[in-house]
Design a protein around this ligand. Structure first.
Ligand code: ZN
Length: 279
């Protein structure tokens, strides 16, 4: 049965950007801080990629979701403020890009609170959304998010559509992702350290994969959530490719190109309406 989007909507689509910056490389190995070429590869994201992406989104009139680690926000507060001031959503993405599978619940909660505080100090608004670094999620993660007032997570892969589930601290919306819809698989090549997919695909191939995935979601009425990293997707040819993808999505009927936050709010209101009709 098709998902009950709002009237006139056939599927949703989100452009989401994980602004890892240097945090991922430092998390992988603190010694990377002295590897200037490696760090420069990572720095390209916040230094060049995000401003170029923001300019493109402005020209296209598209709002997107940016998940930012606390460490990246501390290094680039003006950039995070610009993202927020231009009407995009800023969500949390760990402090130093910690895979939470390596943390106990107290450490996991501390990283979340620290990052939310940093982001709120910069934007004036507490994040409502979270994406786990590396999409690693613990059994306790949802409850921690709900306890701190976040309304959604976008890290799991068990559906094509948003869904609501209960935690001891309240409900949480899940906005599913998938490796197919991630630029990491297409473009994440580093010679050393061997982090990433180890390939550099052409824009043509990546565009083809994502068009196919989007068309499938359009056919079945799901939410197409594209996960991207500005150090990869922010390169000139790839931003041009992203413009083509936006044009493709807009050529189809009933496409709601929006943010994760808007999808979460829609799902919350939908769940409330369903609950009231069941009483
Ligand atoms: Zn990340």
């Amino acid at each position: 049965m098709p998902f009950a989007w709002a009237a006139g909507v056939r599927c949703a689509a989100v452009l989401s950007f994980d602004v890892d910056g240097e945090s991922g490389m430092l998390q992988a190995d603190p010694k990377n801080k002295n590897r200037l070429s490696v760090m420069s590869w990572a720095r390209y994201g916040p230094k060049v990629g995000v401003p170029r992406i923001l300019d493109m989104l402005e020209a296209k009139g598209v709002k997107a979701t940016f998940f930012v680690p606390g460490y990246t926000a501390e290094l680039y507060p003006d950039l995070v403020k610009r993202i927020h001031d231009e009407g995009h959503e800023v969500g949390a993405h760990g402090y130093l890009h910690e895979p939470v599978s390596t943390l106990d619940p107290i450490q996991e909660e501390a990283a979340l609170v620290k990052t939310c505080t940093i982001l709120e100090q910069i934007t004036g608004r507490k994040p409502v959304g979270y994406r786990a670094p590396l999409w690693e999620v613990n059994p306790c993660s949802a409850e921690i998010l709900a306890r701190h007032g976040l309304i959604y997570d976008s890290s799991l892969m068990d559906d094509d559509r948003p869904y609501t589930f209960s935690t001891p601290a309240g409900d949480l919306v899940q906005i599913p992702v998938h490796w197919t819809n991630d630029d990491w698989e297409q473009f994440a090549f580093l010679y050393e350290p061997r982090i990433g997919s180890g390939v550099i695909e052409s824009c043509e191939k990546a565009l083809q994969v994502w068009k196919e995935e989007f068309d499938g979601m359009h056919r079945y009425g799901g939410a197409f959530v594209l996960t991207m990293h500005p150090e990869l997707i922010g390169r000139p040819a790839r931003v041009m490719m992203l413009e083509q993808l936006i044009d493709h999505m807009r050529s189809r009927d009933g496409v709601w190109l929006t943010t994760c936050e808007e999808i979460a709010h829609y799902q919350i209101s939908r769940s409330a309406a369903l609950a009231s009709t069941e009483v």
